[in-house]
Design a protein around this ligand. Structure first.
Ligand SMILES: [Zn+2]
Length: 65
């Protein structure tokens, strides 16, 4: 069994202003860079992060590192 890294949607409050993206994976490298004081819960009106999407799709294959 592989660990699911899915979490509730979260975003940076800066993304709201910069038309950024929301994340829903705890292992997203971009999501991990969000400082705790910038963290907001929920997806807002943002699009989903492409890296989170790629992590979902690549979760069965071994990712290039
Ligand atoms: Zn992400």
């Amino acid at each position: 069994m592989s660990k699911l890294k899915k979490v509730k949607p979260y975003r940076s409050i800066r993304a709201d202003r910069a038309s950024g993206v929301y994340h829903d994976r705890s292992d997203c490298p971009t999501g991990q860079q969000i400082h705790s004081e910038e963290l907001a819960a929920g997806a807002g009106r943002l699009q989903r992060c492409a890296e989170c999407e790629a992590l979902d799709e690549g979760s069965r294959a071994s990712p290039p590192s």
